[in-house]
Design a protein around this ligand. Sequence first.
Ligand code: AMP
Ligand code: GLY
Length: 426
Amino acid sequence: MAGMRILIVGGGGREHALAWKISRDSCRPELFCAPGNAGTARLAENLMIPASDLDSLVAWARAARPDLTVIGPEAPLCAGLADRLQAVGLRVFGPGRSAARLEGSKAFAKEIMEKAGVPTARAARFTDANQALSYIRSQPGRVVVKADGLAAGKGVTVCDTPDEAEKAVEDALVNRAFGEAGREVLIEERLEGEEVSVLALVDGSHIEMLASAQDHKRVGDGDTGPNTGGMGAYSPAPVLTPAQWQAVRRDVFERTIGELSRRGITYRGVLYAGLMLTTGGPKVLEFNCRFGDPETQAILPRWRGDILPALMACADGRLDRIKLDWTPDACVCVVMAAGGYPGPYDVDAPISGLEQASARDGVVVFHAGTRVSGGEAVTAGGRVLGVTALGADLRAARDRAYEAAGLIRFDRAHYRRDIGARGLAR
Ligand code: AMP
Ligand code: GLY
C-alpha cells in the first residue's frame, strides 16, 4: 500500500485523532484534511474546504483521486457526501445518505429499532403540538423531547417536569427553534442509568466492535451545568460487563444492521451506539453514523497496529478478514474548552505549552478548535484541545492527562477535573 493518499473530511478533535492514527500506519500515507486544524497541519496538508462544501470536496477528490476518504462529521454524511464520492469511483469510509439517517432522523432510527427488536426507550412521534401536549400529560413518568433531525446537539431536552416537556414541544413545533429539524418530535420515556458509548466498524454485513468509552457531556464537574459536545472521555469503560458487551453486539448492532439490510440499505463505516445501562439492561439512546468526539481521541491510541487496512476493508465489504487488537492500557482525554463554552465563546487566544505537554510520556495533545495564526496555534472553537494520555491503568492515564493539561495555557481556558472518575469509582 505504498504511496497511498488519504483525505480526511472535518476539522475537530476526532479528525486530528484519525489523522494522527492514520499517519502512523506502516505505509506512511500522504494525508489531506478538509479543513483540518492547527494539529492536523503538522501531519497533513490542510485544504481550505469546509466539511459543508460538498461540491468543492467532490471536485478536489475527483482530481486528486485519494485511495480513501474518511468522513468525520455527520452533516456531510447525512447530506450524501459518501454517495457522491462513490459515484465518481472513489472509495469512502462512512455511510451513504440512506444509512446515515440512523443519526439524521431520530424517528427513522426509532422505527428501525422497534422493527428489529433493539432495546431502546419507548417513544411516540408528533408533528402536531396539541397531540404532543396531551401525550405528555398522559405519561406516568418523566420524558425526553427530541427534535427528529440534526440540530447541532441541541435538539434533545431531558425533562424533569411535564412543564419543561411542554415548553420543549412548543419550542420545536410552534416556535421552530430547530427549523426543519424540529418539524417532528419524539417524546421518549426518560431512562435512568450510566451512559456508555459503543462503536463498531460495519462493512454492510460484518461487525467489529471497537473498545468501549465513556463521554462526559455536562460542562461541570460531577455532571453539572449545561450539555456540551463532550468534555472528555476514557476507554475502556469498565461499567459494561462482558455479558452486556455480547448482548450489545447481538441485540443492538446485529439486529440494526440486519433490519437495514432487509430494507436494501447497506451500512458501511462506523456505527456509534449511545447506550444507557438501565436495570433492564443496555438500551439505545441514540445512534451516530460516525466516530464519537471525544470518544475517538480516547479509543484510537489504544488501537494496536495499522488502522487503514480496517477502514479499507470496511469500505470494501471485507471486514471479516480483519481482527482488531487493543492495548490493555487505559486512555483518558481531557477536553480544554474556550472561555464561555458551551455558550458563545472566545476565539483567537494564543495557546502556550503545547510542546511541553506533548513531550510527556504517553501524552498526545489532539487539537479540536484551533487554527494557525502567524505560525502559532490560536483558539478557534469551543472545544479547543483534547489532552490525551495512555497509562497502565485508568488512574495512571488520568494523572498523566491532567499533568499535561496543567502545562497548557490560554486565556479563560476551562476543563473538568473529574474525567474518568466514574470508572475509577468502580
Ligand atoms: P442524543 O442527542 O439523542 O444523544 O441525546 C443527548 C443526551 O440526552 C444523551 O446522551 C442522554 O444523556 C440524554 N438522553 C437522550 N435520550 C434519553 C432518554 N430516553 N432517557 C434519558 N436520557 C436521554
Ligand atoms: N461525544 C458524543 C458524540 O460524539 O456525539
